[in-house]
Every structure is written in structure tokens, then in C-alpha cells.
Ligand binder design. Sequence first.
Ligand SMILES: Nc1ncnc2c1ncn2[C@@H]1O[C@H](COP(=O)(O)OP(=O)(O)OP(=O)(O)O)[C@@H](O)[C@H]1O
Ligand SMILES: O=P(O)(O)OC[C@H]1O[C@H](OP(=O)(O)OP(=O)(O)O)[C@H](O)[C@@H]1O
Ligand SMILES: O=C(O)c1cccnc1
Length: 484
Amino acid sequence: MNEMGLALHTDKYQINMMYAHWINGTHHKKAVFEAYFRKLPFGNGYAVFAGLERIVNYITNLSFREEDIAYLAEQEENYDAKFLEELRQFRFHGNLFSMKEGAVVFADEPLIRVEGSIIEAQLVETALLNFMNYQTLIATKASRIKQVGGNDILLEFGTRRAQEADAAIWGARAAYIAGFHATSNMLAGARFGIPTKGTHAHAWVQSFGNEQEAFDRYANAMPDGVTLLVDTFDTLGSGVPHAIKTAKDLEARGKKMIAIRLDSGDLAYLSIQARKMLDDAGLSYVKIVASNDLDENTILDLKAQGARIDTWGVGTQLITASDQPSLGGVYKLVECEIDGEMVPTIKISANPEKVSTPGTKEVYRIINPTNGKAIADYICFPDEKDPLEGKRLKLFNPAHPYIRKYVSDYKAVPMLEPIFIEGKQVYTMPNLEEIRAYHVSQLDEFWPEYLRKLNPEIYRVNVSVKAWEMKQKLLAQYLPEEEL
Ligand SMILES: Nc1ncnc2c1ncn2[C@@H]1O[C@H](COP(=O)(O)OP(=O)(O)OP(=O)(O)O)[C@@H](O)[C@H]1O
Ligand SMILES: O=P(O)(O)OC[C@H]1O[C@H](OP(=O)(O)OP(=O)(O)O)[C@H](O)[C@@H]1O
Ligand SMILES: O=C(O)c1cccnc1
């Protein structure tokens, strides 16, 4: 898959800054940026990282085409022709480190780190955040639905309500990473190898005027994959009885109907009644699919009501993450070359949550070696080898430093993978099945209390003493004590 032509998929201010650096001769300065979010979405206890596949494609193909250069010249009279000339040669030559797709991740930890010249690291901010924020959001929403769905089959049905085509396709992929089983979107299937599934719409039944005829004709056409939508006229009065008749005819031909689909009304009541009617007809193998504006809350509620639903078709609520339609991931400069030296940088805000943590940082997942469960994520500078050497770590909450613990017996797993080094891809992209399996293994590392959908336990994300002291030092430097 080729992502040519995305160089202009950036905010104009990035190009303005690139240009201003070029004019000032500061464009070769080294810089380090980190991408992270400050708050978990949906009140969830964790997020599921996604977006790397598209980021890798984007970085690999990042170049300005003739038409891009011409457009920039036309759009901004300040841009010098020589600068635009140089953009023709532009390629990403930096380093990029990232969480792996499917990783369970948390607020306030670097998910992606970009190191390079200030202009290349600045240019990619917009696209990186765009891909990471959306796909991570949808994977997290899908993961919540998966937590509730248990072993039931989950189908992604969102394309018609998605915020346009890219969202549909990459959202389908994100949902699959988090445990959905198939998508209705054929392009997502073809492009990513996601299994596809489909039933039929009300229009099929309406187009015949006679429900039984519609079902029989559909079964004739698709004898090995029949799922019949039974709610066009009267679910229990006609839809289910007609579907039973079609199933029996199929049996006579040595075929088995797969399922019926319910798409309106009281899904608990209707599924219980339909199950009974199917079982009484000797069709206990025929499954029940439900759809209609479902999400993790309705699915949980329906299960609590004893609904007999085997497969859930989930569209709008998932693909638009309707209860929180964006993830607020940010991209902050943490270290920069100033007067020939790399120095940590800070962004100060009146809102303490928005104050950035200076310095290039690594993320380690600290695992209890006895039970394999995660204890905390530990953020420290790359030259701090304590986690790798198994030294005693102080785990303290940066917002409330008096809440502290020590850990000596642990395994430290580095979470940020090198993806590009000096512009060359060094990471072999796993296939989607491997990503799904990795996600399952990531979930296994957490006690259920961190994963539950309502009021989860807050997982520890801790910074090293050194990283914390650096932040205090820079805060003191930029915020001199004031007399009132
Ligand atoms: N037993 C139930 N308990 C809780 N929620 C339910 C139950 N049955 C259905 N729902 C949900 O209630 C909502 C019902 O929406 P709505 O009233 O628009 O559907 P409908 O009128 O039955 O069908 P439609 O408008 O699609 O023809 C949907 O989100 C559905 O998933
Ligand atoms: O409800 P979602 O989770 O988005 O799932 C996708 C919906 O798309 C189809 O409906 P359709 O477009 O025919 O609309 P309608 O059922 O609301 O009339 C299907 O019957 C589902 O209800
Ligand atoms: O296959 C289905 O039943 C389907 C696909 C997309 C949207 N709604 C339903």
C-alpha cells in the first residue's frame, strides 16, 4: 500500500516553522518530540495503541511532489523559491520509536518518539497525531466492546456512518486489532486481510413484497452463507417463522442456515423468543445476530437481561466513538539542540496537567516475574539503566510524590520499539494476526481491575526521580518565585 501525496497532510504552521528555521539557518538543529495523551478516553482504564502501520507508510513515502511544491509557492508568498527547491529533496532521515500496535498504553507516557532535524520532526506532527489519535481511539472503543462481548462474535458494521472513507477503513482495522472478528467493509478486507461478513438489508425483503419468497430466493443464491434479516415486517409474527421454513428447505438440500438477524425492537425479548422458536423447530444450530445502534453499554445490558444473542453487529457507536469522538494526543518538544548542545525543554501551562515532562524518555513496563502481571510503567532517561539492570526502583506518582513504593524483584520490558533509524526502517511490520495476538498477550499482563469498563483501578505510570527532578529544575528556572 502506497501513501504517496501526504506531504501536504500537515498544518500550514508546520511549513511556516520549517521555512522560518531555514531562513534563520536553524533547520539542521536536532530535536526530539514525544507523542502522548493526557487522559484516557471513555473513562477506560487503558488504551489500545494503533496507527503505526499508516505512520510507517507515511514516513516511508514522505516527499514533496512537483504539484505540492507548486501549491506551496502559490499559497504563501513569503516562501523563498530556494526553500521550495530544497523541499524537492526532502526525505525523513530521523529516528522514530513507537509502541507496537495492540499495546496496552496509558496517559502521560510517550507512545511515539521522533528524533531528527527540527524541521523534519516538526513537519510530521500533524499526520502522526491524526493517525495515532483516531486509530487508538477506535481500538480502545472496540476493546471495551470486546471486554463485554466475551466469546461472542463481533462484527464491525460502521462504514455508512463513519466520518468518511479513511475513518471507515482504518477504523475497521483498529477494531480488528482489538478483537473484533470481521468487518462488513470489503475494501478494508481486501487491503488488510480482515475477514469480511455480510447478511442482507431490509431492501432485499422489500424488493419482493413477499418475505418468504425473499428469504427463499436469498437462500437459493447463497446456500452456504444464509443469514436472514427477520424484522422487516413483524419479527416474531412473520420473520422468524419464514426463516424457519427457509432453514428447513435448506436442510432438505443438505445445507444449514447460519443465522437470523434482529435489527429493531426489544432485542432481549425478541432474541429469547426467536431462540425458543428456532430450538422448537430443531434449529438450535441457527445463530442469532443483533444490530441497531449497539455499544458496550447496550450489549452489557442485553446480556444482563438474558438476551440469546450470539453475534453483535456494531456500527455507528464504534466507528465514530460517539461518546468521545476524539483522543487528545499531543506532540511535544522534549529536547532540542541549543548552542550546539542537546538540552531538555519544557512547555509550561497554567493547567498543571498540561506541563510537559522534559527530556528524551524511555518507557519500561515493570512486570512481576512470579505472576507475569504488570506493576507499573516506568519512564526514565535513556542513560538510566536501572530498570534494565534490575536495580531497586522507586515508584512514585509524579502528581502526588508522597504516594510511593519500591520494587526490586521485577522484569523491565522496553515498550518503545525502534522503527526508523536515520531514515531507514529497522522494524519488520507484524501482520494483523500477529498484532491481534500481541494485543491479547498485552491484556493478559493486567489484572482485571485495570481492564474493567466502569471505574477501573488506575494503573501506575511513574517517572524516575531523575526525570522528575529535571522537570522541577526547569519549572523553577522558568517560574521564578513571586512575591504577592
Ligand atoms: N432490551 C433492550 N434493553 C436495552 N436496550 C435495548 C433493548 N433492545 C434494544 N435496545 C437498544 O435500544 C435502542 C432502540 O432504538 P430505537 O428505538 O431507535 O430502535 P427501534 O425503534 O426498535 O428500531 P428502528 O428505529 O431501528 O426501527 C437501540 O440502541 C437498541 O440497541
Ligand atoms: O446501528 P449500527 O450500529 O450503526 O449498525 C449498522 C446499522 O446499519 C444498518 O442500518 P440502516 O443503515 O439500514 O439503518 P436503520 O436500521 O437505522 O434504518 C443495519 O441494519 C444496522 O442497524
Ligand atoms: O451485513 C450486515 O448485516 C450489515 C452491514 C452493514 C451495516 N449493517 C448491516
